[in-house]
Structures are given as structure tokens and as C-alpha cells.
Design a protein around this ligand. Structure first.
Ligand code: ME8
Length: 644
């Protein structure tokens, strides 16, 4: 027998800085769907997920919880595994960076890179963003010393640090990306990465001496390994890369298809640092990288460790796992952001799942029982309408496979639902209840019902990776054996005879949206944990404060910054002749649409600066903590009014 092709898929490993929300759960679900699809396709699959348990952020959140860091990460790792069990995630391994099998690999890699002088000891004096755990250059932070990634203020730090020679591999990486057009997807992200490399790579600081919670550098233990170098290594440490007989590594890393799935915010780490590490270590770059968009809530971004996030559990407990899996996959198109809104969730449940899908199954089975005592056989008298449905089944399977092979499950699921609509329309076109009144039309009617059952069987096989339980229920209702649910069976006419169940339980109930919204409100948000203290800055006088010219402004337009994910460009009316343009690091927290109409406080006498190429003539006031940010808003004042 020919050897199966292999498919190795990974999620990012999550920070245990709080309970995982639907944004984090999305990546894991997405990988689960692709893994299940590939398994059905006959691939030998391996799915890795896990936790990224080191770093300053984790140390701080353990301190905030008042427990030792190891206890803290143990607790969250268990909660995370419980969530994956609830979501029926079929991962093969769960790596934790505090495990010995991982630490050893990180330490060995570090020493190897040190020995071959790809890592060297130096000093870092630069602008450090605590939030992003990254250093930036003068040019990157601009005059205001703001983090170019998140827009937060940076602090100047000088510390001894080891550096990885990114510059040495800059050209090689650029060539690699150019030579492998599908290495980074979607293409827009690939172009972003290329542009970033073309702007020049600085050597990367890869150790820290300012905290302890990390993997120690063996030859210089006052340093801990930079959390990203540590975390990225998980993709091969979990496969036992340095084992004497690295079976998993040989099979899956050097196998047929390797896919790292990440959110757009962590693209650079995976598209630049990770491949360069591998090049330096002489490990082949076998993976492809897919960067997905974010799930947003109606009023902005979700946050893991503070309030204001949506969690999967209440939805699953109340509406069942498949409704949640369907919505989460369906609403995040390839490469774009999506909206997770409870009302939209309920409407999809009603329209797509209860009305279109559930009803198609119920009606079809009820008619087979009513008109044929539960048993129908294929008849050979196809009409044009039948032929159209058969063709639709065939094209659906083709389109679905092409989309799934291109890692686009949202689009693939939509194709299946268009077949569901088509099958419902087929019932309207063929009017079985009219045919049933005419004894001469008995075969025609049986033929119609047979077509419906075949369509349903194929729909069930296609929906398996996303809605496993509902597909199994459907197969049970249709009384279909396993051999009619495999890949090769996804053709019209595969199963010649049906003996369906006598009754079916509806797959999805119809819900009262208003009533459910009320019930969900209390269940979907979590209270913010206690704040950590931030030291008060040095004292100033009233004259210092008076130097600030603070004015009321109204945002009349707002758009995303073309060259920076985290920046929004607002047009602000300050009651002056001409509106101003202000760039702010708030894109992770507000959509451009949500900003329009806000009455905000503007620092009106701030020297104009260019932020990633866009002029910024002032600054909006906002409150923030580690995870969330809120723009300060006013209500009754007018543009140009003074704030004192
Ligand atoms: O970044 N919608 O971990 P993390 C969709 N430890 N995805 C979202 C999201 C949202 N609203 N919010 C977050 C880390 N994510 C590192 C990874 S890998 C070697 C180390 C995604 O817990 C985010 O884009 O902060 C990222 O892919 C993932 O959740 C993990 O985030």
C-alpha cells in the first residue's frame, strides 16, 4: 500500500495571561477543521498546540494572581485543555514551554548559535516596549518615542543582551520568500513581510536580564532566552528534533505539508525570526504560514486578561458545540477580520442551521416516511431539474475541495450552504406534495426524494470537519454506513437505496432572538481583574500642565493606516478652518467606523510628526492598561472648546 502523505499543522502556543476568548479559540478551531479535513482526505496528520509559559507578561500576571508562576501556568494550561475538550479539538500533542523536553532544545539551539557566532553578546540601548516585549530604534519610535507596533509609549533601556544576527540572513530570507510565492498567505501579508525586510533588518536582542521567568542561557545564566526565541522553537521541540531517533520530526517536519497558523499580529515573528533561526541552525524551512485576521466585537478588540471579551463556553453550553463551531469558522473570511456579534450568531443559527439545514433534513425524511414508508431507491428518469441538482452536488464537492486545499474553510462552508439552499429550492420546484396526489407520478416522486437524500448525504460528508456531531446525527437519520461517508463517496448516486429513520430530532432549534440576547448578556462578559499599580511620575507644577493645549474635537472620518496594523488615521474637527489629521495607535481596540462621531480630547499644540508616513497633527487622549485601551469621550461640549 502506498504511504499516506503527511500533514503537520500547528497553532501558536498561547500565553497563559488569562482565560482564552473566542479570538484565541478561533485559531485552534481553524486548525482542527483543517486537520479533520486532511485526515478524511487520507493524509497522515499531526496537530500540535500548547502554551507559551515564559516571559515578563506571564510573570506579571502570576504576581497579579498572587501565586507562583509555575502554579499559575499549570492552572491555565489545565483550563485551556478543558476548553479544547469542550470544543472537541483533536490535537495530537500539547506542548508547554516549561517542559524539560522543550527547554533542553532551546538551550542547545542557543549554545549552538552562540558557538557558530550567529548569536553574540552586546549591549542594547534603545526604546523598549513593555507590552510588545520588543526593542525599537530611534527611527522606529519617532520623536514621540511611541511603539511602532502598538502605539504605546516606550521606555529607554540599556542592558547587556545577546543578539541574533538577522542582518546576516536578510538576503537569504528575502530570496527564499521571493522563490516560494505561497510561503506566506494571504499575499498582502507576504508583501508586508517583504517590505519590512527591504527596509533592513536589525540584529535581534534575544536575551533578557531584567526578569527570571524564562529558560536560562546555559553558558551565562544571568540571561534568560527571549520569550519569542523560546516559543518559536516549540514547533520542532515537540517533534523531538534532537532525539536520538527523531521519528516524529523526520516524518512530519520533513513530510509533505507543514502549516503554521497564526494571527496577523504575530506574523513577523513567524515570517522573519523563525525562518532565520532555522536557516542559522541548518534546519529546512518546510512550513507554510497562514496569517488570519481577528475576531472583533461590535465595540472593538477583545482582550484576554481584562474584561470585554467573548468566551466560547456560554455559547456552547446554551446552543451546542456545532452551532458555535459553524459560526466561528463561517464568519472569518480568509485573511480578513470578522465580527463576533451575539445577535448575528443567533440569526445564523436560526436561518442557516435551523431553517435551511435542519429543515431540509426534517422535511426530506418526513416525506420519505410519509410517501414511501421510509424506503426509496434510485430511479432512472432524471428531469432537467434533477440534472441541475446533480450538477450542483458535483460542483459543490469540487469547489469545496479547492477551497479547503487552499486553507479557506469559511468559504468552503459557504459553498456547502449554497447546496443546502439549492436543495431547498429543488423541493419548491418539484413540489413533492403535488406529485404525491397523482398515482402515475409515483416514480417521479421517489426520484425527487432520492435526490434529496443523496444531496443530504454529500452535505453531511462535507460538513464533517466543521460540525462533526451534526454530520453523525444526519448519517444516523439517513441510516448511512460509514463507507458512504468517505471522500470517494461524495458523488451523486453512490448509495442506491435508503431506509431512513422513522422520526428525527431537529438538529438545531429555532430561537427567540430577543429573549436569547437577554439571557446571553450576563453570560458573555467577564469582570476585569484587579489593576496592578503603576508608579506615579515625577511631580510637575500647574505651569507645566498649562503648557498643554487640550481641545474638544469631533472625529468626522477615520480609516486604517495603510502601512501599520495598529494605527488609525482620523480626521478631527477642532472648530478650526481646516480639520486636522491625527494618527493614533488604537486600531487593535477600535474599528475606523466605531471612531466616527466620537467627541474626543485632543492635545492641540503637540508638534506635528509623521507616523509611518502619515502626518499626525495632535494626539487623542486615551486611558490604557496592559490589555485594553479606551479613548476619552465627552458629551455636551463643542469642537474647539477648551479642556483644562
Ligand atoms: O501571541 N481574533 O500568544 P497569544 C483572532 N504566545 N485571533 C486572535 C484574537 C482575535 N480577536 N486575539 C488574539 C501569542 N488572537 C504568543 C504566540 S507562537 C510561537 C507564540 C490570536 O496568547 C493571536 O493573533 O497572545 C495569536 O495568533 C493567538 O491568538 C495567540 O495569542
Amino acid at each position: 500500500m502506498a504511504q499516506s502523505k503527511t500533514f503537520y499543522i500547528t497553532t501558536p502556543i498561547y500565553y497563559p495571561s488569562g482565560k482564552l476568548h473566542i479570538g484565541n479559540a478561533y485559531t485552534t478551531l481553524y486548525c482542527d477543521v483543517l486537520k479533520r479535513y486532511k485526515s478524511l482526505q487520507g493524509f497522515d496528520t499531526y496537530y500540535l498546540t500548547g502554551m507559551d509559559e515564559h516571559g515578563k507578561k506571564v510573570e506579571t500576571s502570576a504576581e497579579a494572581a498572587g501565586i507562583p508562576a509555575q502554579d499559575h501556568v499549570d492552572k491555565i494550561a489545565q483550563e485551556t485543555k478543558d476548553l479544547w475538550a469542550l470544543m472537541d479539538i483533536e490535537y495530537d500533542d500539547f506542548i508547554r514551554t516549561t517542559e524539560k523536553r522543550h527547554k533542553t532544545v532551546v538551550q542547545t539551539f542557543f549554545e549552538q548559535l552562540l558557538k557558530q557566532k550567529d548569536i553574540y553578546l552586546g549591549h542594547y540601548e534603545g526604546h523598549y516596549c513593555m507590552h510588545c516585549e520588543s526593542f525599537f530604534t530611534d527611527t522606529q519610535v519617532g520623536e514621540d518615542h511611541l511603539c511602532p507596533d502598538c502605539g504605546r509609549p516606550t521606555q529607554t533601556l540599556k542592558e547587556e543582551s545577546y543578539f541574533l544576527k538577522l542582518s546576516k540572513y536578510e538576503k537569504k530570507l528575502h530570496d527564499f520568500i521571493v522563490d516560494h510565492p505561497d510561503f506566506i498567505q494571504p499575499e498582502s501579508r507576504r508583501n508586508e513581510v517583504l517590505a519590512f525586510i527591504e527596509s533592513g533588518l536589525n540584529d535581534l536582542s534575544v536575551s533578557r536580564t531584567t526578569f527570571d521567568w524564562g529558560i536560562k542561557v546555559v553558558s551565562d545564566p544571568k540571561h534568560v532566552v527571549y520569550v519569542w526565541l523560546d516559543a518559536l522553537t516549540n514547533y520542532v521541540s515537540a517533534l523531538g528534533v534532537l532525539d536520538q531517533d527523531p521519528m516524529l520530526y523526520d516524518k512530519y517536519w520533513n513530510g509533505d505539508e507543514v502549516l503554521h497558523v497564526v494571527g496577523k499580529d504575530i506574523l513577523r515573528f513567524h515570517a522573519i525570526y523563525w525562518p532565520i533561526m532555522l536557516m542559522a541552525l541548518d534546519i529546512p524551512i518546510t512550513f507554510k504560514l497562514y496569517a488570519h485576521g481577528w475576531y472583533m466585537m461590535k465595540d472593538g478588540k477583545m482582550s484576554k486578561s481584562k474584561g470585554g471579551a467573548i468566551y466560547p463556553e456560554p455559547f456552547i453550553h446554551r446552543y451546542g458545540l456545532d452551532a458555535m463551531r459553524y459560526y466561528m469558522i463561517r464568519e472569518l473570511p480568509f485573511g480578513s477580520d470578522g465580527l463576533f456579534a451575539p445577535d448575528a450568531f443567533l440569526e445564523r443559527l436560526n436561518f442557516d442551521l435551523a431553517n435551511d439545514f435542519g429543515n431540509l433534513l426534517n422535511r426530506s425524511i418526513a416525506m420519505v416516511n410519509q410517501y414511501f414508508g421510509g424506503e426509496v431507491t434510485q430511479k432512472n428518469a432524471p428531469t432537467d431539474v434533477d440534472a441541475a441538482l446533480e450538477k450542483k452536488i458535483e460542483s459543490t464537492v469540487q469547489d469545496y475541495d479547492a477551497l479547503m486545499d487552499a486553507y479557506k474553510p469559511a468559504e468552503a462552508v459557504q459553498v456547502v450552504f449554497s447546496l443546502i439552499s439549492r436543495a431547498n429550492k429543488y423541493i419548491d420546484e418539484t413540489t413533492p406534495w403535488v406529485l404525491a396526489k397523482d398515482p402515475a407520478a409515483k416514480d417521479t416522486l421517489e426520484n425527487v426524494l432520492y435526490h434529496l437524500l443523496e444531496a443530504l448525504r454529500v452535505i453531511g460528508t462535507l460538513l464533517q470537519p466543521v460540525m462533526h456531531d451534526s454530520s453523525q446525527q444526519l448519517f444516523k437519520d439517513l441510516n448511512v454506513d460509514e463507507d458512504a461517508t468517505v471522500f470517494a463517496a461524495r458523488i451523486y448516486g453512490f448509495k442506491p437505496v435508503y431506509r431512513v429513520a422513522k422520526t428525527v430530532t431537529p438538529l438545531f432549534p429555532r430561537l427567540d432572538v430577543a429573549q436569547e440576547l437577554d439571557a446571553l448578556k450576563s453570560a458573555t462578559t467577564q469582570e476585569a481583574p484587579k489593576k496592578e499599580g503603576i508608579p506615579i511620575k515625577a511631580e510637575i507644577t500647574i505651569d507645566d500642565f498649562a503648557k498643554l493645549d487640550l481641545r474638544v474635537g469631533v472625529i468626522t472620518a477615520c480609516k486604517a493606516h495603510e502601512n501599520a496594523d495598529r494605527l488609525l488615521v482620523s480626521t478631527v474637527d477642532l472648530g478650526e478652518e481646516k480639520p486636522r489629521q491625527i494618527v493614533s495607535g488604537i486600531a487593535g481596540h477600535y474599528t475606523p467606523e466605531a471612531m466616527v462621531g466620537k467627541k474626543v480630547i485632543v492635545v492641540a499644540n503637540l508638534k506635528p510628526v509623521k507616523l509611518r508616513g502619515e502626518l499626525s497633527e495632535g494626539m487623542l487622549l486615551a486611558g490604557s492598561n496592559d490589555e485594553t485601551l479606551e479613548v476619552v469621550e465627552l458629551d455636551r461640549l463643542n469642537p474647539g472648546d477648551l479642556v483644562k
